[in-house]
Ligand binder design. Structure first.
Ligand SMILES: *[C@@H]1O[C@H](CO)[C@@H](O)[C@H](O)[C@H]1NC(C)=O
Ligand SMILES: *[C@@H]1O[C@H](CO)[C@@H](O)[C@H](O)[C@H]1NC(C)=O
Ligand SMILES: *[C@@H]1O[C@H](CO)[C@@H](O)[C@H](O)[C@H]1NC(C)=O
Length: 359
């Protein structure tokens, strides 16, 4: 045959286009997808699908500053921290798993990242403040299924390579502390808070190892916030000051996470991570006009109920640290993620997100 037939010419064109598309993708960023696990800070709407969940945010005034002013299930006035990371990396903020879980295993949707986070989840599977998808279920049920889907589509080495380049985001642990604080008698808490933390540490270690076994190689781990300073917990304190027990436990769990991640990266040289010390960043680096009251809520300092259509809300969301009784405003996560993205130790270490995801 002297020349390309029409059909083989067609194949050439397709091949050229595919390699062009690949170059464009490669040039845009080193991260093909984001896989997110955790609690309400990261939830982008999974709880909307849980019939009996008490922790939902898919109604006003949530989302008042989100594009279109639309409530989506995010516990925020606007974007949450995962959205901001996605924007910085030039990839889509991944959809809630339950919005795509009915798609077949060969659907390409799983290649573009998935958000498994569910409001109310905790490290311990007993931490289930209301109906939620527990962290164990997120890992061993939902993510495990997506992992299977990736292997089916890309082959075992292909899935491994895809996941090794992807960014994993984990934000978990805050609810375990809030739960213990609200449900344990003070005397018991004082006696057992170190024991509580050490149990959480062991469980978290098993969970991170499972994620490693299922392909996680680049992890952004969000440390626990200084929960004692959120409006919900302040309100329990007669002086309305930050609660020292809660902040102590947050710091201890963060210290434990730092050690655990460092050990993991020593055991597995192909595992890299970025730990963000939310506690220190919030307490030291951020100044607001209003740090005590929630923007949206009811009662003293708007600290009595989660944001709902019946709530009052503040006019100027950029001057408030908290959107509702526990969750930060978009303005707060913008400041925090700026540090996480290109800041340095001790607030973000051993790498920032930019260093973690380049190349
Ligand atoms: C996915 O699998 C179904 C059968 O399970 C098949 O009908 C469909 O064509 C497949 N789709 C793709 C994109 O491979
Ligand atoms: C909860 O965790 C315990 C141990 O950590 C485990 O044995 C148990 O199977 C878990 N339960 C569920 C429902 O996942
Ligand atoms: C909102 O608050 C910020 C920070 O306190 C301030 O810089 C800004 O001027 C305020 N905007 C309005 C419209 O009051």
């Amino acid at each position: 045959m002297g020349s390309c037939t029409l059909s083989s010419g067609g194949v050439c064109v397709v091949v050229v286009l595919l390699s062009l598309a690949c170059c464009l993708t490669c040039a845009r960023g080193a991260v093909p997808a984001i896989y997110v696990l955790g609690d309400s800070q990261a939830d982008v709407g999974n709880n909307n699908y849980l019939l009996h969940s008490l922790l939902k945010a898919n109604f006003p005034h949530n989302g008042i500053d989100y594009p279109g002013g639309k409530p989506t299930g995010r516990f925020s006035n606007g974007y949450n921290f995962v959205d901001l990371i996605a924007i910085s990396l030039g990839v889509p903020s991944p959809p809630p798993y339950l919005s795509i879980s009915s798609k077949p295993m060969n659907s390409s949707v799983y290649l573009k990242g998935v958000n498994f986070a569910s409001g109310g989840a905790g490290v311990s599977n007993l931490t289930n403040l209301a109906q939620c998808i527990s962290f164990d279920e997120q890992i061993e049920g939902d993510y495990h299924r997506v992992h299977e889907a990736l292997r089916k589509q890309l082959g075992i080495p292909g899935a491994k390579a895809h996941l090794a380049k992807s960014l994993f985001v984990v934000a978990i642990g805050g609810n375990d502390i809030i739960n213990d604080l609200l449900l344990s008698p003070v005397s018991e808490l004082l006696r057992s808070r170190d024991e509580i933390v050490s149990n959480l540490e062991n469980t978290l270690k098993r969970q991170m190892q499972t994620l490693y076994d299922l392909g996680m190689r680049r992890l952004f781990f969000v440390g626990i916030a200084p929960l004692g300073c959120c409006p919900l917990i302040r309100e329990l304190n007669p002086t309305k000051e930050c609660d020292a027990q809660a902040n102590y436990m947050a710091t201890r769990l963060n210290d434990a996470a730092v050690v655990l991640l460092r050990d993991m990266s020593e055991t597995h040289p192909d595992f890299t991570y970025s730990f963000f010390d939310t506690s220190t960043a919030v307490l030291q680096s951020i100044r607001y006009k209003e740090v005590k009251a929630a923007c949206c809520g009811l009662g003293d300092n708007n600290a009595m109920f989660l944001c709902s259509p019946a709530s009052v809300y503040c006019d100027n969301r950029t001057s408030y640290m908290f959107w509702d009784v526990v969750h930060p405003t978009q303005a707060t996560v913008e400041k925090l993620m700026k540090i996480a993205f290109d800041g340095s130790a001790p607030l973000v270490s051993p790498k920032n997100i930019k260093q973690l995801t380049e190349s």
